[in-house]
Write a protein that binds this ligand. Structure first.
Ligand SMILES: [Zn+2]
Ligand SMILES: [Zn+2]
Length: 133
């Protein structure tokens, strides 16, 4: 069963293991994908008890029930969903398979371009070129 690409209308994001993403934990920039292995709640949209955000293995916990993030484990409100990974934004903005989507969603295309511009102003890539303290 393929679940490479879907859409999460709760968080308004593309999901599936075909979607590169950044761990939704606020202090984490680890690159993951939005597949089932990374979702809080263990199923698309988070199921009954998860928030449906996506986390790296360090930020998912197993106790009773499905894998979940710390916020859901503790019954707190979820973290804020992060913007898409720049790789994914570039893919959607440039790849031929997204041409029809771009034609149909010009406002979304503009929004993604400005997200990307904001990201390059404060690059995630900084974590790899950070100077030692
Ligand atoms: Zn959660
Ligand atoms: Zn993480």
């Amino acid at each position: 069963m393929g679940w490479s690409l879907g859409y999460d209308s709760n968080w308004s994001r593309d999901i599936g293991y075909g979607v590169p993403a950044i761990c939704d934990h606020p202090d984490c920039n680890k690159k993951i994908d939005r597949g089932l292995a990374h979702i809080c709640g263990g199923e698309p949209y988070g199921g009954e008890s998860g928030c449906g955000l996506y986390f790296c293995a360090n930020h998912l916990y197993v106790a009773k029930g499905p894998i979940r993030c710390a916020q859901c484990m503790d019954g707190h409100s979820p973290f804020i969903a992060k913007p898409d990974h720049p790789d994914w934004i570039v893919w959607k903005l440039e790849h031929a398979s997204w041409q029809q989507w771009r034609d149909e969603n010009p406002a979304e295309v503009e929004r993604m371009k400005s997200t990307l511009a904001a990201m390059s102003a404060t690059p995630l890539a900084a974590e790899t070129i950070k100077e030692p303290k």
